[in-house]
Design a protein around this ligand. Structure first.
Ligand code: ADP
Ligand code: MG
Length: 153
């Protein structure tokens, strides 16, 4: 298990952090779920742009269309961005087929993950908090980290 706490001072910093984590997740066997929580404007989508960049996905393709709940990118492994901001009832998640992505080899990133009635197992948890106009505290909790290091060695 790895737990860390970082303060970023700009959107670029937050993206760069996302990119580093994305690079690590790309090679994780069996895919990964990433749950992001934090208030509106905390920087979740900015962070996802960084994660996506590690998969070669251009920044402008992430998070722009306001009614898309699940965006799937044909990368290797597959990158799936879920934004539950507009979801009101957790039963919608079954209808959207979210559970089918998780556990397939994909890296599934979920904004507003706290709105899920049931949490994915072994997810990387990312909490973002605004400290000021430009500062964000980002906490990362990854229970699976050690197991994956073991598997790789
Ligand atoms: P969320 O998805 O959590 O609602 P967004 O990522 O859409 O938030 O927006 C974050 C906003 O905060 C953007 O306008 C971004 O430019 C701004 N911002 C300022 N400082 C930072 C920082 N250190 N990290 C991330 N975003 C920041
Ligand atoms: Mg967002």
């Amino acid at each position: 298990m790895i737990e860390s706490r970082v303060t970023t001072n700009s959107p670029e910093d937050t993206m760069a952090l996302g990119r580093r984590i994305g690079q690590a997740l790309r090679s994780r066997v069996g895919g990964a779920a990433v749950c992001l929580s934090g208030d509106l404007g905390a920087g979740k989508t900015v962070f996802v742009k960084g994660l996506a960049a590690a998969f070669g996905i251009p920044e402008r393709e992430v998070g722009s269309a306001s009614f898309i709940v699940i965006a799937e990118y044909e990368t290797t492994p597959r990158f799936v961005h879920v934004d539950l901001y507009r979801i009101e009832y957790s039963s919608d998640l079954d209808e959207l087929g979210l559970w089918e992505y998780i556990g397939d080899d994909a890296v599934v990133v979920i904004e507003w993950a706290e709105r899920l009635a049931e949490q994915p197992r072994n997810a990387v948890q990312i909490y973002l908090e605004s400290l000021s106009e430009t500062e964000r505290e980002i906490r990362i909790r990854d229970e699976d980290h050690w197991d994956n290091q073991q598997a790789a060695s």
